[in-house]
Design a protein around this ligand. Structure first.
Ligand SMILES: C[S@@+](CC[C@H](N)C(=O)[O-])C[C@H]1O[C@@H](n2cnc3c(N)ncnc32)[C@H](O)[C@@H]1O
Length: 323
């Protein structure tokens, strides 16, 4: 079965109860899948050409699988066509056999902001909540994590992940096509939990951080990344309607409030390791993501404001430890 390696590792890492629950959850999910684009996306994955990668490099900015010399020009064109069926590609970049998937986000920039600060991932069990298409998971594997479990409810991102994993089927990384709501309420045993770009989509942010706590073993590390309001006079911004054209942003804290929330949820040693304003170098329209992007979300006259008049996106990375 597709997830057998995951179940084996969960059993080996003191999470057999979760493995037991996951098996029927996954069967139920795939048996009831009725997304309108699923057949097209699945056909694209089925039609990906068979190519054996001569080189895999997961510790560089472009997650690189294979080399341009591994296939003919015709096969490379076929590969590109199928990958384009899975657009829009938001998180990356990836380089598959010389085909550069230049994604909307230069996700490597966020990774480089946090990589040196987090506990080394060697042999760690990692949970990445809201993992997108799994870009960061591949980078974690490049940092020698034992196994990465990604969680994301957006089917397209699961399909993008599946397309990439087709070329490294034995890699110690899996993506579960679920939201955080499907996690069990008993404790899990991960060494590191990432929650990046998710908390402002949750209606109860402290509950979200508590759920992260529940997934960690004692001494485990939380890596929490979120939008923040760069204004200490405002504890939390609750957007009235959209924020930067997103309609599902519930609450954006300032830097003091996010630390307070993390500690209130039960973590210790919460600290900020990075605050960065998002620029068009990091988030922009590309050949692989043709919809609107950051420049369309900002006020054309004043780039320090969103089109709704809120402070423009600034993001923070917080680390904390489970006692
Ligand atoms: C802004 S993206 C962040 C992706 C990636 N973690 C990053 O930092 O670039 C938010 C992600 O959270 C996912 N998401 C939305 N609701 C979620 C939920 N309830 N549980 C887990 N992930 C969720 C979305 O599908 C999306 O991929």
């Amino acid at each position: 079965m597709y997830f057998k390696r995951l179940f084996d590792v969960l059993n080996a890492c003191s999470m057999p109860r979760w493995a037991e629950i996951l098996e029927p959850q996954l069967a139920d999910y795939f048996n009831n899948l009725n997304h309108g684009d699923y057949s097209r996306w699945k056909a694209a994955i089925d039609n990906l050409p068979v190519i054996v990668p001569s080189q895999i490099s997961l510790d560089s900015n472009n997650v690189q699988i294979g080399n341009v010399i591994d296939c003919s020009e015709e096969t490379a064109e076929e590969l590109k066509q199928q990958l384009k069926e899975l657009m829009p590609w938001r998180k990356g970049p990836f380089n598959l056999f010389g085909c550069l998937i230049d994604t909307e986000w230069r996700s490597d920039l966020k990774w480089s902001r946090l990589e040196k600060h987090i506990k080394p991932l060697d042999e760690r069990m990692v949970l990445d909540i809201g993992c997108g298409n799994g870009y960061y998971g591949w980078r974690m594997l490049g940092n020698n994590a034992r196994h990465i479990v990604g969680l994301d409810p957006t089917l397209l991102f699961y399909m993008q992940f599946t397309a990439i994993k087709k070329y490294i089927p034995d890699a110690n990384i899996d993506l579960l096509p679920f939201g955080i709501q499907k996690l069990p309420d008993f404790e899990l045993n991960f060494d590191t939990v990432f929650s990046m770009g998710v908390i402002y989509h949750r209606r109860d942010p402290i509950e979200h951080i508590r759920q992260c706590l529940n997934c960690l073993k004692a001494g485990g590390e939380l890596v929490l990344e979120t939008l923040v309001i760069d204004d200490l006079n405002m504890d939390v911004l609750i957007p009235d309607g959209r924020y930067a054209k997103m309609n599902n942003v519930w609450a954006i804290p300032n830097t003091e409030t996010i630390i307070h929330w993390v500690e209130q949820a039960g973590f210790k040693n919460a600290r900020i390791i990075d605050v960065t304003k998002t620029t068009s170098d990091e988030q922009r329209q590309t050949e692989w993501m043709k919809f609107e992007s950051l420049s369309n979300f900002l006020d054309q006259e004043d780039n320090s404001r969103t089109v709704e008049g809120y402070p423009a996106p600034t993001r923070v990375i917080v680390l904390a430890d489970k006692p």
